[in-house]
Design a protein around this ligand. Sequence first.
Ligand code: TRP
Length: 454
Amino acid sequence: MSKPGGTEKRDSFASSLGILLAMTGSAVGLGNLWRFPYLVGENGGAAFIIFYLVCVVFLCMPIMMCEFILGRRSQANAFGAYKKLAPGTAWKHAGLLSVLAAAFILSFYSVVGGWSIKYLVMACGLKFTTAGGIQPEPMFNEFVTSNWLPIFYTLAFLACTGIIIIAGVKNGIEKFTKTLMPVLFIMMVVLAVRSMTLPGASEGVRYLFKPDFSKFTASSAMAALGQAFFSLSLGCGTILTYASYVSHKENIMKCSAETTLLDTLFALIAGCAIIPAVFAYGISPGQGPGLVFVTLPAIFAELPAGGVVAIVFFLSLFLAALTSAISLLEVVIAFLIEECKLRRPVAVAVSMSVFVVLAVLCSLSQGALSHVKIFSLNIFDLFDYVSANVLMTFGALFATLFVGHRLSRADIEDELTSSGRYRLPRPLAGFIYFIIRWAAPVVIIALLVAGLIA
Ligand code: TRP
């Protein structure tokens, strides 16, 4: 039985594979299966992908290492990490920002997570077959703008998230993600093979892998960078919080590299599962956010064995969203347990009561509350904008500034090598240090300024 927070022994991950798959579970989500394919479609295919890969390797991986360092060194939640490593300073507010960012993201993320459940249910009822006879576009619009049904599915999604989190880190998060991620991987590969072997798919494959820089603009570059941050779960303390459950024996350099690699692989496989099919059916890839919920159902209806493919796809979408949502919720839960001294189930109940309100508002903002505009954005878009463009960016900026300028180079190397247990060649150490200390903050500040001007 867990004792009141504070005196309770800190939960932790049990195995290296469990850590990797939990981290990957956080990173792989709607960002990979929903956002990445449509951004690729809108921003010129391969050129976007190449720029995305550069951002991921040279910028995001080192930022991820910063979060790993903060979490593992402090063994505390996002707020507590800064408080512990820089006692008595204002740095702890940087941690608070991350907790807020995670809360905002989870609120609108749950709404889309809810949509994925609804679509899974429909797929299981064979609605996306010729016999199903639905018209994807009006159906989608009618569904998201209605009042009760999307709320019901959003709450169902939040409930699934809460149930896994109540079970804790080792027995909840780790067990769940360790079982699911391999299944998700297999399902995605099956989908990609199905899509790439359709007649006429080769044009889509070419679109994905043959760069056309004429369609790649400055705003595509910003979109790629923003997507890389979002996809790798940076800036909200999710990596930090998970890393706080990692023991000092683990190789965090390897784990960040592998998480980055797997997340990128998932995004590419999702691209291969979606874009070639879109081309095979003669549809333009630049459909925007409706790609997954409108364009794909239309394709499933015509695809041989499309009914089964639809089930596999929406099940993947739901599970990927769920493993990311639990990582977002854990940021808030770890904060409540350690800073407000709540027991885990109480922390889950308290946070859920807030999320239910926020998520319901986000859901209604698609329909009944669509006239409520703040800075000319509806609530859903406002949460998305504030978290992705402001809170997360500042969260990542503070993480790099803290690690690069407040911790010493010796501290960083001590953490990256687990006190000398693992080898870190000097040139590589210097390179990582340079990126963390100078390159990453400069690029993030440029991103913030560009976002303000745009
Ligand atoms: N990375 C997840 C995705 O691709 C979403 C996510 C989980 C996230 N935790 C995060 C995004 C923290 C930003 C910050 O869908």
